[in-house]
Design a protein around this ligand. Sequence first.
Ligand SMILES: Nc1ncnc2c1ncn2[C@@H]1O[C@H](COP(=O)(O)OP(=O)(O)OP(=O)(O)O)[C@@H](O)[C@H]1O
Ligand SMILES: [Mg+2]
Length: 243
Amino acid sequence: MVNAVADSPILQVFDLHRDFGGVHALKGVDLEVARGSITGLIGPNGSGKTTLFQVISGMDPDATGEVRFDGESILGRKPYQIYHRGLARTFQLSRVFPDLTVLENLVVAAHRKDKGARSRALELLTRVKLQDYTEVKGSDLSYGQQKLIEFLRVLMSEPSMILLDEPAAGVNPTLRQTLWDMVRHLNGLGTTFVIIEHNMEVIADLCREVYVLAEGEIIAQGDFAKVREDERVLEAYFGKRKL
Ligand SMILES: Nc1ncnc2c1ncn2[C@@H]1O[C@H](COP(=O)(O)OP(=O)(O)OP(=O)(O)O)[C@@H](O)[C@H]1O
Ligand SMILES: [Mg+2]
């Protein structure tokens, strides 16, 4: 029998709106993420990308519309409820605990009663070649290392889906490569990703499906080769029509 769950989208967003006083940050956003995919979310600064992640992850309770994760409605759920269902995210600005060591930062991010947390933390650190940093305080890490540790923190809960908000911004090329390799590796194991990223080479390389937001609206979707040619996308990015 065909597995209906495996074929169904892991995330569906319908008609999402978010108004900040006068700023209509999301204007009826529809989006669908295939299970096991890496989906790109691009768009100019201020187009609503982070706001969309805020809403999906339960951190912005004031949006209207519908968000379904694994077939269940999650709009209005608390962030920890969504996180415990297996939908995790990173932040545009790193949120590593400065006074905890690297190892502690990872272990506290695991689900409670997770006996394997410490060994999994060490395994993750080894995979990104930060195994010698276990006892280093969060505040003593470089910005790029903090971003990577934040990503590893998210992995500690073994989520089925991860929203990454510009994870490579401010990260040096070596660590950046490590980060993208890790994304590819986890995706190979079945983890679904949505990635906000301004580097179009990365988007073209990693993402099967790309959504383009501009002024709170999805103006294009499809593979990167298709959306990069889209007239509305060119206009949103360059303010001119395609020649
Ligand atoms: N808490 C808030 N209060 C008021 N306005 C907000 C708030 N958060 C976001 N906005 C506004 O909503 C719009 C979308 O912002 P958002 O941060 O989602 O954009 P973004 O696409 O993530 O941009 P960037 O690429 O610069 O990160 C912007 O006009 C922003 O100023
Ligand atoms: Mg943003």
